[in-house]
Design a protein around this ligand. Structure first.
Ligand code: MV4
Length: 491
């Protein structure tokens, strides 16, 4: 087993990984930027190293600084978390060169899956269904026109070096195609350093469904069922759940097995996700996310499998601790990403100091966070405050529990997107499980719903937040101290 892990990440995911380390008797090393001196994750670790200024390019994205900290601390493994260097083949390769175990797939598998055209071709070979489109990258207008004529319009042009929806262009008709091809190639070149693009038939308002995979170094791979992540805005997921209300047990088993088999075929090691779009009863492969994902807890809640621990075991050369037969999906779990952003003002980020903080609890509730009362959310990084996850025996119970937990959640001093989540949890189509990737745009009442809910809850919110306000708390503590002192003196 690895003995000491450096966590090349920050915030809630750094703490999530350190928690697994602590349970496994593994030492943890944090690296933090100058902006994160007071962050919880830097205090939680057994050791911590400052690796540079606030901008991520000078700290969390600096491969050499991370490697140097690993060497200095004597860490024998690095966990990259999500974002930052997580899917960077150069980083994985640097770890391999230094004899430090990168917790995740090999650099060559990362390179293969990072090239979306190559990944698509590999999945076709593995028998995974893909959206009709190209199996090579498209360079010439003539090529593009032929493919689009075969699939029919609309089509979508995607950068091969991209992923996650960045830089994609939807094309409605042949007249727009040539310009769209050129501009997408130009965007791809500047954003991802490579102009390669590919074309697919465009699916309108599909559902986003992804399978959680685990592969070990002994040639085993399993799936832990799926998550639905259709509630997203500008490629930022906001709500995820497992299982998807859209899948039948038959389709889950079929596609889960195909996905696991494909992972086996490419020699995938660690935790990963195979992303699909679901449209008119069918699943189509999109891309592989070769990392542990933000939304992994919903899968943990319904399967009781600790995905981060499995990843660490796999990196240590151990076989998976369970087989496909052992995987049982029980009940339903939902995750709300609690962000420092204003849902009433186009979701603009609202970093700042959290003056008062009270996290929900109780049965079936999990909060993964990296914040505390008086912590200041930095404008340098993504504005996620925490992840609130609720489990129920069925989806209805999970929703009821999530509503209850959202009511308990008090974050004073900054604006959060909690009202948005409250509105969605009351939305009739959400409650019925009628989801799609255009849900937020299509549900035009959400803004008014949020305002109505905030108005309705004002008395409750005020009553709860009053007991948490700093000034009053300090006054209350001094009062108690004075009384205690009085008793002590026998007064
Ligand atoms: C698509 C699609 C429709 N048809 N592919 C976005 C995330 C990335 N992993 C895949 N994405 C999409 N791929 C086909 N063939 C719709 C999306 C998509 C999307 C695309 C552009 C702008 C906004 C979007 C929002 C949700 C899904």
């Amino acid at each position: 087993m690895v003995r000491k892990i450096l966590i090349a990440n920050r915030g809630e995911i750094a703490i999530r990984i350190m928690r697994a380390c602590r349970e496994m008797g593994i030492a943890s090393v944090a690296v933090y930027s100058e902006a994160d001196r007071e962050a919880l994750f830097a205090k939680y670790a057994d050791e911590a190293y400052c690796i540079g200024p606030a901008p991520a390019t000078q700290s969390y994205l600096n491969i050499q600084k991370v490697i140097d900290a690993a060497k200095e601390s004597g860490a024998d493994a690095i966990h990259p978390g999500y974002g930052f260097l997580a899917e960077n083949p150069k980083f994985a390769s640097a770890c391999e060169q230094e004899g430090i175990k990168f917790i995740g797939p090999s650099s060559s598998v990362l390179a293969l899956l990072g090239d979306k055209v190559a990944a698509r071709r590999e999945m076709i070979r593995a028998g995974v269904p893909v959206v009709p489109g190209t199996d090579e990258c498209v360079t010439q207008f003539g090529q593009a026109r032929e493919i689009a004529r075969q699939t029919g319009y609309p089509v979508i042009i995607k950068p091969s070096g991209g992923g996650g929806g960045i830089g994609m262009t939807i094309v409605e008709s042949e007249g727009e195609l040539e310009k769209a091809l050129e501009s997408t190639q130009a965007i791809a070149a500047t954003t991802f350093g490579i102009a390669n693009v590919y074309i697919e038939k465009y699916l309108t308002n599909p559902r986003h469904i992804e399978f959680q995979l685990l592969g070990d170094s002994h040639g085993n791979a399993i799936h832990l069922g799926e998550r639905e992540c259709s509630i997203q805005r500008r490629h930022q997921k906001l709500i995820e759940e497992s299982p998807s209300p859209a899948l039948t047990p038959k389709l889950r088993k079929e596609m889960g097995e195909k996905a696991a088999n494909a992972a086996k075929m490419v020699g995938y090691e660690g935790a990963g996700t195979m992303e699909f779009l679901f449209s008119e009863g069918k699943l189509y492969f999109m891309e592989v996310n070769a990392r542990v994902q933000v939304e992994h807890p919903v899968t943990e809640m319904v399967t009781s499998v600790d995905i981060v621990k499995e990843g660490i075991r796999i990196a240590s050369g151990l076989p998976l601790s369970l087989t496909q037969k052992d995987v049982k999906v029980r009940g339903s779990a939902i995750e709300c990403r609690i962000n420092a952003e204003d849902p009433l003002n186009d979701f603009v980020p609202t970093p700042g100091r959290i003056k008062s903080y009270h996290a929900p609890g109780g049965m079936g509730v999990r909060v993964d966070s990296g914040v505390y009362a008086s912590y200041t959310i930095s404008p340098f990084y993504d504005p996620m405050i925490s992840k609130l996850i609720a489990w129920g025996r069925g989806r209805d119970e999970a929703i009821a529990r999530m509503r209850r937990a959202l009511y308990e959640y008090i974050i004073g001093g900054i604006t959060s997107n909690i009202p948005f989540h409250k509105a969605v949890m009351e939305n009739p189509r959400f409650v019925k499980g009628e989801l799609g990737t255009h849900f937020i745009d299509k549900e035009t009442t959400l803004l008014a719903d949020m305002k109505r809910i905030m108005e309705r809850e004002k008395p409750l919110a005020e009553r709860l937040s009053r007991v948490l306000e700093e000034k009053r708390r300090i006054a209350a503590i001094s009062a108690v101290a004075a009384i205690a002192g009085m008793h002590h003196r026998g007064g």
